[in-house]
Ligand binder design. Sequence first.
Ligand SMILES: [Zn+2]
Length: 539
Amino acid sequence: MEELTVELVNVQSVNGTEGEVRIAEKIESILRGIPYFTSNPDQVWTKTVDNDALERKSVFALLKSERPSNKTILLHAHSDTVTIDDFGALKELATQPYKLMEKLKDVKLLPDVKADLESGDWLFGRGAVDMKSGMAAHLVVLKYLSENRDVFSGNILFMANPIEETTHGGIIDALPELERLQSEKELEFECAINTDFVGPLYGGDQTKYIYLGSVGKLLPAFYIRGKETHVGQAYEGLDPNLIASELTSRIDLNAELADEAEGEVTQPPVTLKQKDLKPTYNVQTPISSFVYFNYYVHQITPDRILDQLRGIAEASFDHVVEKLNREFEKHCARAGMKYERLPWESRVTTYSELYNKVYSLHGEEVNVRLNEILDQHAKDIDPREVGRLMVEELLLMDDDQAPVIVLFFATPYVPRNFVKGQTEKEQILLEKLDSILQETGSETGDTFAVHKFFPSLTDSSYLCLDDTDEEIEVLKNNYPGMDTLYPVPIEKIRKLNIPALNFGAWGKDAHKMTERVYKPYTFGTLPSLIKKYCLNMLD
Ligand SMILES: [Zn+2]
């Protein structure tokens, strides 16, 4: 399996590059080399991602047992990686594990990295743990089962998707294909197994985590319109940067805002962007600024996030107004001027409130203008900026031109989910998982722990969905252009409703130049775990 992993790592497949096409071709050729698929060539096929300039592809392979049944397990993995820029001078070797490891011996490394490098138990390289080794584990299992088609009953569907590391566009594009297999071939998906990377949650942690689902993510954004002024009359303006900074200081890494469910806590919100919208230098203060936050969710709903962040926005706005008045009063005293309270009043609105208000003023004209923005920009600029332009357009049409904070959601929307064991099917799934982990743990000495939510984003989010229709309605109403900018096929996901587990490749430092996979577990225990689970579920 090490050889197969290295073969996959060697095909550089950085997200957004031609390499994503080459890795799909590589995977397809590996599949076609498995004797079962050589004899059944039409059971391997690809699906080119719709409207993708690079023509990236998902790869599928359907293995049928000798004992026909509709029961199917989906083994899936993503085929792209993050950039190799972090390798710096060693960039050329990022996807050549053995040469890279040789060179790393001469690099000053942190003690634990050095120890791992010297131990011989680790394979370094971009994609080693995230997640070419996970892909290899699936391929090894698939090959074994294809040679032993009498030991299970049902089907294994293998799927490799591009475009995971940015927008999850590969799996989203592949959902109609899964739906087609569900209806045309009557495949009944028992569960999906992803092998995206897992690793220590704290220093020295050796636990092998199995996840029953995935954290969700929203991107709450704030558009802040202040009031510009000349720097010579500084107190006549309202600096939107001051309000943005106040928002950031209250929200960024605020531990109280970390969401919690089932005893598991998310990472707190963190800024992914804070900027003012002044294009060039001059001596006018900025008119507006823009800030947005990564917001992980286990159970909090879009409307509760809006309530929570609206409260913080109001408090931030009030705080800035009070501060300005305090400073202005001090300044007047020093400069011998008469102090009069500044005119600013705190004003916070959500996108849907602003839209409804402006719609009541202008009617259909509003939709015409918003659609123009989508038509003009949706294809070529960052979708978060398109949302921001739509907010600006509404503000232009508003009859109130006073400073304001507009709170809205921007791209992406990543659904949350986990297997709750509420149905009989889910109970069986959990019981079998439990017994296999116990058995494997006593054989190998590994400590396993079953957690609900994979802590960072995975493609598993798009196979089932815990948000209700009402919650999604609130999200859509506050997410300018969602259907165009990030069309998540909610209906399809609901219909598929595949319990999405993650048995990860185990390693360290994913997305860092010291990315590495732990060979004994990932190349030995992991494929045997997946195999046992498939055999048990398709008994
Ligand atoms: Zn990954």
